[in-house]
Design a protein around this ligand. Structure first.
Ligand code: AMP
Ligand code: ZN
Length: 458
């Protein structure tokens, strides 16, 4: 397995900390709004990595955070907190309680988006607000080792004390630029970043004062809690690299004295009209937007699979249309194969080529082309089906389950669906999940698209 490592800027042979096991952390969403399809591309990267490793026989442990407090609108240490912005938009009082309420709405919608895109639910999906003590412990260690200092508005990391600060690159550490960039005159150096921000009214108690953790420290706290002080892989969107990830490295390595992460991977942007797709550039396209235009989440998954994670890719309505057509064609071909009765053997030659493609820094476009070559090849129909299902454990296109045939459901299942709908309307997620499990026991998978329940056979 070869992986492009942003620390060394080279494609390296992957060496896990523990043989046959991979531990990975993915920077997740700040749940201040609905997730757009640009965000989803960065979360797809984690899924592709996990599925590829599992295909190759590794055991995986995957963590993705949910940031529900403390993320400012910019990577600097000023401006609104993203969650505070959400409260203003919802015309709610700025309290911690309200912040967590709003976060809950968008977290649920985020988890539903992951399921609809067939992104496997990470083994841990920790919320930042549940991990404040972990952050405090790290900051205490940083104080003990002389890496932290207090100003009137918070606690800061002293970047000048860390000789290799900024090793992922992308930071302007030129002392001369200080006067141009500096906004907080109490900081010792312009690159110093907040570990804790004071807030008298909201937040949590800490040894330094009431307030919120800085958003970089949240990821250090959650990743090290679930994966240990050193783990294998850390991912995030490309825009997380220079500030957020350099700062995660700084506070983690200076508190533990150990290497934080062995391999750093960054997902490139999904662009709209040549620019990073984002709400501010009018690209607020969600799975719901796609659904309203007749596209399924898996049409989007297919679109993502066609480009390497390290290259930018464009979103246009023509491209999603052609992805949909290509995927429909695959489903029709699979359905034709299903009529052959029985399932054969995985073709070893194609399987080897497929494994080689995903082992080359997760090259999914090549893996997809191998899938197409296999489907066009002269191997038997039943072997094709077996091989397609095998590849689909990585591709995640639901080839086995997908059917265009109308599903007949019993009155009992229909009643469960009605009950689940009511539970979801009442935001009773616990009952909703229990009913979903009962529906699964009856042999159906239920997912939610645009507020509607979609049912498929298991
Ligand atoms: P946020 O919720 O704003 O913290 O963003 C969550 C993740 O989405 C971050 O890792 C971003 O890098 C990523 N992201 C945001 N916009 C895009 C985009 N257009 N393409 C790919 N990733 C993106
Ligand atoms: Zn992060």
């Amino acid at each position: 397995m070869k992986i492009y490592n942003a620390i060394t800027k080279t494609k390296e042979e992957f060496k896990p900390i523990v043989d046959g096991q991979v531990s990975m952390y993915h920077c997740g969403p700040t749940v201040y709004d609905y997730i757009h399809i640009g965000n989803l591309r960065s979360f797809m990267l984690g899924d592709i990595i996990r599925r590829s490793f599992e295909y190759l026989g590794f055991e995986t442990k995957q963590v993705m955070n949910i940031t529900d407090v403390g993320h400012l609108v910019s990577d600097g240490d000023d401006g609104d907190d993203k969650m505070t912005k959400a409260l203003k938009r919802h015309e709610m009082d700025i309290t911690l309680e309200n912040m967590l309420k709003v976060a809950d709405i968008y977290s649920e919608s985020f988890k539903t988006d992951l399921k609809n895109l067939n992104i496997l639910t990470p083994h841990h999906l920790p919320k930042a607000s549940d991990h404040i003590p972990e952050n405090i412990v790290i900051i205490e260690k940083l104080f003990e080792k002389g890496f932290a200092y207090t100003t009137s508005d918070g606690v800061y990391f002293d970047t000048k004390k860390m000789p290799d600060y900024g090793k992922l690159g992308g930071l302007n550490l030129d002392a001369e630029s200080e006067s141009r960039i500096e906004t907080n005159s109490e900081k010792r150096f312009h690159a110093d970043f907040a570990l804790w921000k004071f807030d008298e009214k909201n937040g949590w108690d800490s040894p330094w004062g009431h307030g919120f953790p800085g958003w970089h420290i949240e990821c250090s706290g959650m990743s090290m809690k679930y994966l240990g002080e050193t783990f294998d892989i850390h991912t995030g969107g490309y825009d997380n690299k220079s500030v957020h990830h350099n700062n995660e490295i700084a506070q983690s390595e200076c508190s533990t004295g150990k290497t934080f992460v062995n391999y750093w991977l960054h997902g490139e942007f999904l662009n709209l009209d040549g620019e990073k797709l984002s709400k501010s550039t009018g690209g607020n396209i969600t799975l719901m937007t796609l659904f309203n235009k007749g596209f399924s989440p898996l049409d989007l998954r297919y679109l993502y699979l066609q480009s390497i994670y390290r290259s930018q890719t464009d979103f246009t309505w023509e491209i999603i249309e052609s992805s949909k057509k290509a995927l429909d064609k695959i489903y029709r071909h699979i359905e034709a194969l299903k009529t052959q009765h029985g399932i054969g053997k995985i073709n070893p030659d194609f399987q080897k080529k497929f494994s080689d493609a995903i082992s080359d820094d997760f090259n999914l476009p090549i893996a997809l082309s191998i899938f197409h070559n296999m489907m066009k090849s002269d191997i038997s129909a039943i072997d094709k089906l077996a091989t397609a299902y095998n590849f689909d454990t990585v591709l995640g296109l639901d080839l086995e389950k997908h059917t265009s045939i109308e599903i007949e459901i019993s009155d009992e299942v229909q009643t469960l669906l009605n009950d689940r709908k009511i539970a979801r309307e009442n935001k009773d997620w616990e009952s909703s999940d229990q009913i979903r499990d009962k529906i699964m026991e009856k042999g159906f998978k239920v997912s939610d698209i645009n507020g509607e329940q979609k049912i498929e056979t298991l």
